[in-house]
Design a protein around this ligand. Structure first.
Ligand SMILES: [Zn+2]
Length: 378
């Protein structure tokens, strides 16, 4: 309708719509909405622009309301446009401009109510949040491209997108962690800017912002930047254990953590260190998944109350020890060629097992042998 209304001012125009609310907002409700500065209208800017175009025309603009059931040709075409628009990965940018002469300066004081004033405040808050979201460096589009870029930068390996998706199914990544990585890369978690979508009720908009840091709660924020007790402490525990092995540490990001199945670790002579690579994939996938679980627990079950440092530290050690126990049990049942055997598990986990050299032979398959993970201090 906006495009039609922009037709040369001397041409008579007949606008046809099957939307009763739009029709009424341009006719009998127009004055009331104008007086209330469109505070009740969801698509206020669009409506104001349309009205401004119609008002600026020099000749008559007619409106006709048609019934949906009449199968008007225009309705059918509009529906096709809606469907094709909904399939677009990114919305089109609409050029909305309202000539100053036709702008509404604000609501009339005589028409203002407490409810309208509250709506005005909420609209300002939402606008501010959207601005933060659009400017925030944390609003990184989660995709395999980010993983590709970071793996190339950190490990100097040029990987294909296919390799990333295959790496998620690595035998060193548990089923739950694999599902988590898959969902992150498909950007399907209901977090951050998704709570600010037009279709979302206003009462949910606060969920877009981290209550601890005040930043938009993107996956990047949750996993690598949030100041709540959690991510930094968990990565810190991994770092202590990792550096204790004498293998260079890399800061956690999309490549090192979410591309954990793609990393390649070599000796100074360029020989691939496969057991260390496997350990990296195990530890980093379990750690990044734990951070996500801790975040969910804090926000949903604990209603925002923070964990203590000790709780987070214990959670990390419990997670890694549980994973080692699982690998040991699975190795005992190994039958297939690609299954990890007891020797493989020993080779992978040895660098971080406490007092490894004192363990009895065959400890991997012997469930009576209790094994601890090094704490990282020595
Ligand atoms: Zn935060």
């Amino acid at each position: 309708m906006l495009v039609v209304a922009r037709i040369e001012g001397n041409t008579r125009v007949l606008e046809v719509t099957d939307s009763k609310s739009l029709f009424e907002s341009l006719t009998k409700c127009m004055q009331k909405q104008d007086d209330e500065a469109y505070l009740r209208q969801y698509n206020a800017t669009l409506q104001q622009a349309l009205l401004a175009e119609i008002r600026s025309r020099k000749v008559r603009t007619s409106l006709k309301l048609v019934q949906k059931k009449d199968s008007h040709l225009g309705s059918a075409n509009a529906k096709k446009l809606v469907i094709s628009g909904a399939k677009k990965p990114f919305p089109d940018t609409l050029q909305i401009r309202i000539a100053y002469k036709w702008t509404t300066s604000g609501a009339k004081l005589s028409k203002m109510t407490q409810e309208l004033a509250y709506r005005a405040i909420r609209r300002l808050q939402l606008s501010a949040r959207r601005h933060i979201a659009s400017c925030s460096p944390d609003r990184i589009s989660p995709s395999s491209t980010l993983v590709q870029d970071r793996v190339l930068e950190v490990f100097n390996i040029d990987i294909t997108e296919g390799k990333i998706w295959r790496s998620i199914r690595s035998k060193h990544i548990s089923g739950m962690a694999s599902q988590f990585l898959w969902k992150v890369m498909h950007d399907i978690y209901m977090i951050g800017h998704r709570w600010l979508q037009e279709s979302m009720l206003e009462e949910y908009h606060d969920r877009a912002i981290c209550v601890v840091c005040g930043n938009v709660e993107s996956i990047d924020h949750i996993l690598f930047r949030c100041e709540a007790v959690g991510q930094a402490e968990v990565w810190g525990e991994l770092r202590k254990v990792w550096e204790n092995m004498g293998v260079p540490w890399k800061d956690p990001d999309w490549g090192t953590a979410l591309g954990t199945g793609c990393v390649v670790i070599k000796t100074d002579k360029g020989i691939r260190r496969r057991p260390i690579k496997a350990l990296w994939t195990i530890l980093w996938s379990e750690t990044v998944h734990l951070i996500w679980k801790l975040h969910c627990e804090r926000v949903i079950r604990k209603n925002g109350e923070e964990f203590t440092f000790q709780e987070v530290k214990n959670a990390w050690h419990a997670t890694i020890e549980r994973r080692l126990t699982l690998d040991r049990r699975t190795a005992v049942l190994a039958k297939g060629k690609t299954d990890l055997k007891q020797g493989d598990v020993e080779c992978i986990w040895a660098p971080i097992v406490e007092n490894y050299r004192d363990l009895p032979k065959g400890w991997v398959g012997n469930s009576r042998v209790l094994v601890d993970i090094k704490s990282g201090q020595g």
